[in-house]
Design a protein around this ligand. Structure first.
Ligand code: NAG
Ligand code: NAG
Ligand code: NAG
Ligand code: NAG
Ligand code: NAG
Length: 236
């Protein structure tokens, strides 16, 4: 019996060590993909953006690369959790491969000169709670596929989104009803774009929504009746 106990202890230990290695290598693989994605993004941007000078691969360093770069913060597992490049004089487009930074929770690219459209791959950022691309030159539509599908079983879409700031861009088209499937929304700022059409009634279902900013668009129709039942502190 004692021997069996000892054996199972050994087995447990071996399993733990194996798990640790598997976890470590998957973390490293993830970080490598994130590093590559960020470097590729940097490369895609027009030259002469000194704010990104620290974005280089440290080949000789054990310190993990992107985690010590300007504007980047990592979580305890060593994955990129925050990208804060607000007010950095950046030009270019938001990369399609942003989905590779899959653990990001905070993404702030506000007050720059980014143009082009919002890439659909933002839908893969299921953990992002703050997404701020306000005050850029972003064009195109707000794609309904950025949001969860509303079945409650959705594995993609902006599932964790609380603060969504798109104000002062050049977005056009309708605000998709699906925006109401991002159930945790607290702050929605869409003011200063070219949105038209009705205000989605699905917003009335969002129990945490406290600030909606819709001014300076070409929205028509009425604020849906059910929005009045929210505890809104600000509607402009
Ligand atoms: C890595 O190498 C560069 C130049 O070769 C050096 O400046 C830097 O201090 C090195 N970093 C570490 C952590 O050794
Ligand atoms: C947006 O682009 C226009 C020209 O197309 C430019 O005048 C303006 O400064 C840009 N805005 C921002 C915030 O980069
Ligand atoms: C973004 O702006 C630059 C410089 O004004 C321009 O050359 C480029 O075509 C624009 N890209 C998109 C996708 O609008
Ligand atoms: C992104 O989401 C799509 C589905 O919308 C999925 O097929 C794809 O595997 C996801 N990519 C990553 C890198 O998670
Ligand atoms: C609000 O939520 C309820 C229950 O989930 C759903 O039946 C209804 O269609 C939703 N209303 C809107 C306008 O999305």
């Amino acid at each position: 019996m004692a021997c069996q106990g000892k054996q199972s202890k050994h087995v447990t230990l071996a399993l733990l060590v194996a798990c640790w290695f598997v976890l470590l290598s998957s973390c490293k693989a993830n970080l490598k993909a994130e590093t590559e994605a960020l470097l590729k993004w940097k490369k895609s941007l027009p030259a002469g953006q000194p704010i990104l000078n620290s974005w280089v691969e440290q080949i000789n360093s054990t310190a993990s690369s992107p985690c010590i770069w300007h504007g980047i913060a990592c979580n305890d597992e060593g994955s990129v959790a925050e990208i804060n490049l607000a007010y950095s004089g950046l030009k270019g487009t938001i990369p399609m491969n942003i989905r590779m930074i899959s653990k990001v929770q905070y993404l702030d690219l506000s007050i720059n000169s980014f143009n082009g459209s919002l890439p659909l791959s933002l839908a893969n950022l299921t953990q992002v709670y703050e997404l701020d691309v306000s005050q850029n030159n972003i064009t195109g539509k707000l794609d309904s596929r950025l949001f969860p599908d509303g079945t409650g079983k959705s594995k993609t879409g902006l599932l964790s989104l609380k603060n969504f700031l798109l104000q002062t861009n050049e977005l056009v088209g309708r605000i998709p009803e699906e925006i109401g499937n991002s159930k945790l929304l607290v702050l929605l700022a869409l003011d200063g774009n070219y949105f038209f059409g009705p205000i989605p009634s699905s917003l009335g279902n969002l129990s945490d929504l406290t600030i909606i900013r819709l001014a300076d668009n070409q929205l028509s129709g009425q604020i849906p009746g059910n929005i009045g039942t929210l505890k809104l502190t600000e509607v402009i």
